[in-house]
Design a protein around this ligand. Structure first.
Ligand SMILES: [Ca+2]
Length: 645
C-alpha cells in the first residue's frame, strides 16, 4: 500500500509534464540448454564475445538456478511465478488445469500498461478452461517470430522475451549441425581431438562421440552468442537501450547427458547476466568487491517477482518467488529444485541448494538417473556412446553410476565438489555422514542469521517445501491419480484442501519410502491400509525400494493388486515381480496399460519394461506381453525396448 502511494507520487509529476513514463523496459534474452559455458564465466574454451561484453557492462550471477532442469517445467515456473510442482506443472510435458487465481507475469505487466511480447517459445504445461494454454491465455500482446517491442505504442514501456534454440541439445545432430554449414564457424572452436579432459566431465567416458558432441556444442554456443549480439545491437538501434534492463539467461543447464534433465548443477545452474542502463543503475545491487559478480542465490521462481519489483508493480500474493532486485529485495538461503517425469520416463526428485551444499531426495531411487529416454538417445550421439561404453564394461565407478539405481539421499559439499561426484551420503555412511550432516546444520543455522527462514537443516527445509501451507508440493501425487483427483477442480486446490494430518502422512511415508529397508516393513504394511491412495502408493513404493529381503510385505502387496487406484496396482505389481510373482503380476500391468488413463497406462508400461531391464523377467517375455501400440508417450517405451537395449 505504502509502496503504491509512493509510486503515484513518483510518477504523477512526470505524467503531468508529458514526459515518457518513468518505468524501465525489461528485455529477456534467453538461450536453451546451456550451463555457463561462457568466457565471462571463466570457460577458457568458449568464444562468446557478445555475452562477455554484456557481462562487463552488467552483473554476473554465479548462483542462479532454473528451478527445473528441463524446458517446459522451467518455463511453467517462470510464467506463473510459482514453483511448478505447487500447481502440478512438474511433468515434461503435460497439460494440467490451473486455478483462476494464478497470475501470469505478462498479465501483470500488461495491466500496468506494458507492451508484452514473446518471441517465441511458450511450452507451458498448463490447460486453462479445459484447453491447452497458449500465449493469449497468459497475457502476451503478441507471440511468435514477429513478436517485437518495436510494435508498441509510442512512449509505451515494454516487456519482451527473445529466445534462441541455437544451443538446444537437438542442434548437435548431423542434420541440424551439418545443415547450417554456411553459418557455422569456418574452423571448429574446439576441435574434437583437442577437447580437454575437464570439458569431458569425469562422469563421462572419453569416446569419439562425446568429443564430437562437445566440439559441435561449442560452435553452437558461439552462434548463440552471435545471435545475442544481434539482439543487443537491435536494442541499441531502436533507441530504447537507455531505458531497458537486459537479462540474459539460459532456460536450464545442458546439453550433454547428465546436464539437461538432471537436478545437479549441470542441469539446473544457469548463466544470468543483468545489465542496468545508466538511468536505472540505482536499482542495481552491489556486486562482490565491485567485481560485477553477484553470489546471491536466485531461482526462476524469483524472476517475475524481481522484474515486477524493478518496475514498481505490486507482486501478486499467490506468487512464491522473492524479489531479488528492486526496493526491499530479499535474499534466499536456499533454492528449491525439482524434477518430475521427463517425456516417457517417470521420476520424482527434489533438492535443496544452498550456496555450499546440494541435498537431494530421490523418491524413485529404484530407477537409474539415465533412463532409456528415446529423445536424447535420438539427438545426442553422446548418450548412446556412453550407454554402449557402460554396457561394454568400459566405464569406471563414477561413469557407471548414471545407469544404475540411486540412493534415496544424496548430499554434496559443492565448494569442493562443483560437479557433485562425491556423494557424502554414499561415501561416508553411518557416523561419518552424521558428522557431515551436523556440520551442514551448523552452516545452515549460520545462513539463517542473514534473514533466512529458520530451517536448521536441508532435510527440514525440503520437508518444509513439501508441506508449505497453501503451496504444498503436489508432485507427491502420482500423475494418473492426479488426473482422477482433479477431475472437478485442480490438483492445486485438491491437495491444498486436504487435512494437514493427511498431507503430513503423505510426505512422511514418501520420505520414508525412498530410503526404505526391511526394518521399515511393519510401518509400510500399516501405510498400505491407509484410506489415502497416495499414502498406499508410497507404501508400495517403499516395498519396491526395500526389495526382496522384505518378504513380510508380500501379502500386503498382493492385496494392493486390486487397489481401486491403478497407480497403486502398478507399483505393487512391480514390487511383487521382485518377489518372484511374475505370473500373477504381468496380467495386472497389461490390463492397466490398456484400461488406465494415459498416465496410468504409461506408468504400467514403464513398470513392465523395468522388470525386463532389471532382469526380473526375461525381456523376451516382457515383449511378448507388452501391447505393440500404447497411447501417448507409452509408444516411446515400446520404441525404447526395441532400440535402446
Ligand atoms: Ca531448453
Amino acid at each position: 500500500m505504502a509502496r503504491s502511494f509512493l509510486l503515484v507520487l513518483l510518477f504523477c509529476p512526470l505524467i503531468l509534464r508529458g514526459v515518457e513514463p518513468s518505468r524501465p523496459n525489461i528485455l529477456w534474452i534467453t538461450s536453451e540448454d546451456n550451463s555457463p559455458y561462457l568466457g565471462c564465466y571463466g570457460d577458457p574454451n568458449a568464444r562468446t564475445p557478445h555475452l562477455d561484453q554484456l557481462a562487463s557492462e552488467g552483473l554476473r550471477y554465479v548462483n542462479a538456478y532454473s528451478s527445473a532442469p528441463v524446458c517446459s517445467v522451467a518455463r511453467s515456473t517462470l510464467i506463473t511465478g510459482m514453483n511448478a510442482p505447487t500447481l502440478g506443472l512438474h511433468n515434461h510435458r503435460s497439460s494440467v488445469g490451473v486455478p483462476a487465481a494464478v497470475v501470469y507475469y505478462p498479465q501483470l505487466f500488461r495491466q500496468a500498461g506494458y507492451y508484452c511480447t514473446n518471441n517465441s517459445k511458450t511450452d507451458y504445461n498448463m490447460s486453462i478452461n479445459g484447453r491447452r494454454a497458449g500465449w493469449k491465455d497468459v497475457g502476451w500482446h503478441a507471440s511468435g517470430k514477429k513478436a517485437h517491442y518495436r510494435n508498441r505504442k509510442k512512449g509505451q514501456p515494454f516487456f519482451a522475451v527473445f529466445n534462441t534454440t541455437l544451443s538446444h541439445e537437438g542442434q548437435t545432430t548431423d542434420q541440424a549441425y551439418g545443415g547450417r554449414k554456411a553459418s557455422n564457424p569456418s574452423q571448429r572452436i574446439l576441435p574434437p581431438r583437442q577437447v580437454p579432459l575437464g570439458v569431458i566431465a569425469p562422469f563421462h567416458p572419453d569416446t569419439p562421440e562425446i568429443r564430437e558432441n562437445w566440439s559441435r556444442y561449442y560452435d553452437n554456443m558461439h552462434l548463440m552468442d552471435k545471435w545475442v549480439g544481434e539482439q543487443l545491437r537491435e536494442l541499441e538501434a531502436s533507441g530504447a537501450a537507455e531505458n531497458t534492463i537486459v537479462f540474459y539467461f539460459s532456460d536450464h543447464g545442458g546439453a550433454l547427458p547428465r546436464g539437461k534433465r538432471n537436478i545437479h548443477d549441470t542441469g539446473t545452474r544457469v548463466p544470468l547476466i543483468i545489465r542496468f542502463p545508466e538511468k536505472w543503475k540505482h536499482l542495481a545491487p552491489k556486486s562482490l568487491n565491485d567485481t560485477g559478480i553477484i553470489d546471491q542465490l536466485v531461482a526462476f521462481v524469483d524472476f517475475p517477482a524481481a522484474a515486477a519489483n524493478l518496475c514498481g508493480l505490486k507482486i501478486p500474493d499467490i506468487w512464491e518467488g522473492k524479489p531479488f532486485l528492486g526496493p526491499n529485495a530479499r535474499e534466499r538461503d536456499f533454492v528449491y529444485l525439482y524434477r518430475g517425469r521427463m517425456d516417457e520416463r517417470y521420476d520424482t526428485v527434489r533438492a535443496i541448494r544452498t550456496k555450499w551444499q546440494l541435498y537431494v531426495r530421490n523418491f524413485s531411487p529404484h530407477r537409474p538417473l539415465g533412463q532409456a529416454y528415446t529423445y536424447p538417445f535420438r539427438v545426442l550421439a553422446s548418450m548412446g556412446s556412453w550407454y554402449e561404453a557402460f554396457k561394454a564394461g568400459k566405464c569406471n565407478e563414477i561413469q557407471s553410476r548414471y545407469w544404475k539405481p540411486r540412493g534415496g539421499i544424496e548430499f554434496y559439499n559443492t565448494a569442493y565438489d562443483p560437479l557433485q561426484l562425491h556423494d557424502a551420503f554414499r561415501e561416508q555412511p553411518g557416523k561419518e555422514f552424521e558428522a557431515t550432516l551436523q556440520s551442514l546444520r551448523r552452516l545452515d543455522v549460520e545462513s539463517t542469521k542473514t534473514g533466512g527462514n529458520g530451517f536448521t537443516s536441508a532435510e527440514e527445509a525440503l520437508r518444509g517445501k513439501l508441506l508449505e501451507p497453501g503451496a504444498r508440493d503436489t508432485g507427491l501425487v502420482p500423475e494418473g491419480l492426479t488426473q482422477r483427483l482433479s477431475a472437478d477442480s485442480t490438483i492445486y486446490e485438491h491437495v491444498n484442501a486436504l487435512p494437514a494430518e493427511e498431507w503430513e502422512e503423505v510426505c512422511s511415508v514418501a520420505l520414508k519410502a525412498s530410503i526404505a529397508t526391511v526394518g521399515d516393513a511393519a510401518d509400510l504394511l500399516r501405510s498400505m491400509k491407509s484410506e489415502s491412495a497416495t499414502v498406499r502408493y508410497w507404501a508400495a513404493t517403499g516395498a519396491l525400494v526395500a526389495g526382496r529381503e522384505a518378504a513380510s510385505l508380500k501379502a500386503g502387496l498382493i492385496d494392493l493388486l486390486v487397489d481401486p487406484a491403478p497407480d497403486v496396482r502398478v507399483v505393487a505389481a512391480e514390487a511383487l515381480g521382485h518377489h518372484g510373482e511374475s505370473a500373477r503380476i504381468l496380467p495386472v500391468l497389461v490390463k492397466v496399460v490398456h484400461d488406465g488413463n494415459v498416465y496410468e497406462s504409461l506408468a504400467a508400461a514403464n513398470a513392465l519394461e523395468a522388470l525386463g531391464r532389471d532382469g526380473v523377467v526375461p525381456m523376451d517375455r516382457i515383449k511378448s506381453v507388452m501391447p505393440e501400440k500404447i497411447r501417448g508417450e507409452g509408444a516411446r517405451v515400446v520404441e525404447a525396448i526395441e532400440k535402446i537395449r
